[in-house]
Ligand binder design. Structure first.
Ligand SMILES: *Cc1c(COP(=O)(O)O)cnc(C)c1O
Length: 365
């Protein structure tokens, strides 16, 4: 075994020296869907790209390493990563999930519930999660931390211990912090997944997902199901993901630095009622005093782009009520604090003063 290097080194050197045939420094992009058998009954390790592709395998190796996991599977999107993770749980499984979820996850969970595949219990707070873990049967604990968009944090290590005592598996969506700030496998999670579309790829030009685990039996089932259903990451997108991963740590560092400055400004603005920020990462939510001003604010911004998604080098502003969380019924959203006065920022790597200036003029417009 080679020495495990620091995450910054693993990221910067993602995919290098992976091609022994030519010595190419960066990873080659293998478009071939099929691979010649050297002889009858023999394989190079690659037969057909749905099963395994060299460029995707290089991405997966890096993704596993940065999450402190033995195995990773790269999928066509974050949603397909979630669907893949749940594909290994028996029909009828009882899922306990945090309430404040990515809207697309909630939409899919709801559909699973309606179609009778899984049943879901939601908890708003850590206390509620602990209460359910203590009192109800649970097969799967599903955690997003920090949550989207309320930025609540959950103690993965503590909850994983309680869940495991009940024989439940722990799944964590680690999209918001990325392994720079949080490595749930080290805290006891069984499966960690990402929308790699966000921080991991980082440039708003790749749709991708990843599922990682340390458990060989879970990996075997996940691999079997992914090969069977085929929602794998394409070679080209795998290449772009590797390219993006190389700068993950400096992008995260700069986003955090910028986000802290933006938060300082927002806290002093008379137009802002409340700022939600955990202190690290690039995701910031805030509630505005006068929600009627939201359309004007969104139209006035010039440096921020009004768009869905997050985690890229460019700063975005999202209105969850009409965008990412529109599929959650208003009364459900309002019941847990996702009110219509909330805006979400994904802080990129621009100059902080330009971001602050832009928010200032738009809030006053
Ligand atoms: C975007 C997102 C997803 C879905 O990922 P896609 O790549 O858009 O399919 C899942 N979870 C979180 C937290 C997200 O932000």
């Amino acid at each position: 075994m080679s020495k495990k290097r620091n995450i910054n080194t693993i990221l910067a050197q993602a995919g290098i020296k992976s091609d022994q045939a030519t010595g190419a420094l960066t990873t080659p992009l293998h478009f071939s869907t099929t691979y010649q058998h050297p002889e009858f009954g023999q394989s190079t390790g690659f037969d057909y790209t749905r099963t395994k592709n060299p460029t995707r395998a290089t991405a997966e190796k890096t993704l596993a390493a940065i999450e402190s996991a033995d195995y990773a599977l790269a999928t066509s999107s974050g949603m397909s990563a979630i669907v893949l993770a749940f594909s290994i749980f028996a029909v009828g499984s009882k899922v306990l999930a945090v309430r404040d979820l990515y809207g697309g996850s909630f939409r899919w969970f709801n559909q699973q519930e309606q179609e009778g595949r899984f049943s879901f219990t939601y908890a708003n707070t850590e206390e509620e999660l602990i209460h359910h873990l203590d009192n109800d049967p649970v097969d799967v604990l599903y955690i997003e931390t920090p949550t989207n968009p309320l930025m609540l944090e959950f103690d993965i290590a503590y909850l994983a211990k309680l869940a495991h005592a009940k024989g439940a598996k722990v799944v964590v969506d680690n999209t918001f912090y990325s392994p720079i700030y949080q490595r749930p496998i080290e805290e006891g999670a069984d499966i960690v997944l990402h929308s790699a579309t966000k921080y991991l790829a980082g440039h708003n030009d790749v749709l991708a997902g990843v599922v990682v685990t340390n458990e060989a039996d879970l990996y075997d089932k996940l691999f079997y199901n992914l090969n069977t259903t085929g929602a794998v990451l394409s070679p080209f997108d795998s290449y772009l993901l590797i390219r993006g991963l190389k700068t993950l740590s400096i992008r995260m560092e700069r986003s955090t630095e910028n986000a802290r400055k933006v938060v300082e400004f927002l806290k002093t603005s008379p137009q802002v009622k409340e700022v939600l920020y955990t202190g690290k990462g690039g995701m910031v939510s805030f509630k505005i005093q006068d929600e009627k001003k939201i359309p004007n604010l969104l139209n006035s911004l010039q440096v921020f782009t009004f768009a869905e998604s997050l985690g890229g080098v460019e700063s975005l502003i999202t209105y969850p009520t009409t965008q990412t969380h529109a599929d959650i019924p208003a009364e459900v959203r309002h019941s847990y604090g996702l009110t219509d006065d909330l805006l979400r920022l994904s802080i990129g790597i621009e100059e902080a003063d330009d971001l602050i200036e832009d928010l200032k003029q738009a809030l006053e417009a």
